[in-house]
Design a protein around this ligand. Structure first.
Ligand code: SME
Length: 172
């Protein structure tokens, strides 16, 4: 059985190297996207300090639909172009929001959230979803976090193989 080790590395790049190693071990030999998203969310929420939400949204029927997560119950459907998550899909890149109250159209699932990081998941036939992290602290995320979570997304994608939109749609 996998056991999460505490990550008490000094710098953020060291933290994310240790986190990546743990995630690779956790997902090794498993390709189911939902199971891997569930375990990835749990590891992120357990290992990263100062989070109040960590999880996945997947593209289904042309919009984002809530996937596995840790934290308070969240809004289920987010249209492309709406909120931080839908904007990340529309732009095709990660979005780091230091102050969610200053982001036009931010969708408040948990009123405790003050900052947010959204990283798209690039499948073979386009963006298949996002990883979304929320923090109760303003300015919680920086460029090191964006790079670290983009690596987390790459590890999840690699473990799942070529995840296409149709694969996730079949899982519904
Ligand atoms: N804040 C997100 C919505 C998802 S929750 O944070 C879990 C957004 O604006 O897209």
């Amino acid at each position: 059985m996998f056991e999460a080790r505490s990550i008490d590395s000094g710098s953020k790049p060291e933290f994310y190297r240790a986190l990546a190693a743990q995630l690779e071990a956790l997902l090794a030999g498993e390709s189911d996207p939902i199971a891997n998203a569930a375990n990835t969310s749990a590891l992120l929420f357990q290992a990263m300090p100062d989070l109040n939400w960590a999880g996945f949204y997947f593209m289904r029927g042309g919009e984002l639909v809530l996937g596995p997560f840790q934290g308070r119950p969240a809004c289920v459907r987010i249209p492309v172009g709406k909120g931080v998550c839908g904007t990340a899909v529309a732009r095709g890149c990660s979005i780091l929001v230091e102050d969610v109250q200053a982001f036009p159209g931010h969708i408040a699932c948990d009123f405790a959230s003050r900052s947010e990081l959204v990283v798209p998941l690039h499948g073979r036939d386009g963006i298949i979803g996002v990883i979304d992290l929320d923090s109760p602290s303003p300015g919680r995320f920086d460029a090191d976090d964006r790079t670290g979570i983009e690596e987390v997304a790459a590890i999840w994608l690699s473990a799942c193989g070529e995840v296409e939109r149709s694969t996730l749609a079949r899982a519904s």
